[in-house]
Design a protein. Structure first.
Length: 118
């Protein structure tokens, strides 16, 4: 199942971003991460999820890790309102990516586009 088709399946998102984080290692291209915004964001998310710490000082791409809701959790059936988790960027990353935030599926699409030439 794809990340897009899974809706809010966090296991699929976790697997995708952790795998994407390790592609530069497997290709012996680790410097790509430092030089490419989309890979810095992936690194921040993957390492934060993998090590349960999204506020590691080595990562400076993601602004916060809060989830904003417009309704109280538990009042409605699951998935009545699809709320993709939004990833807010720091100012520097926002400028480079031309957006202040992105959802996981769109970020995944951008990651795939980045890796197509390889």
């Amino acid at each position: 199942m794809s990340l897009e088709a899974s809706g809010q399946n966090t296991d699929i998102a976790f697997n995708f971003f952790v795998t994407a984080e390790h592609l530069p290692d497997w290709l012996n291209q680790r410097p790509l991460v430092k030089n490419n915004c989309i890979l810095r964001v992936v690194s921040h998310i993957a390492n934060g999820a993998k090590h349960f710490n999204l506020e590691d000082k080595r990562h400076k791409s993601v602004k916060s890790t809060e989830k904003f809701r417009v309704y109280e959790e538990g009042v409605y059936e699951p998935n009545v309102f699809y709320e993709p988790p939004l990833i807010p960027f720091t100012d520097d990353e926002s400028k480079e990516l031309n957006t202040k935030e992105i959802d996981a599926v769109e970020l995944g699409k951008r990651v795939l586009e980045f890796w197509k030439p390889y």
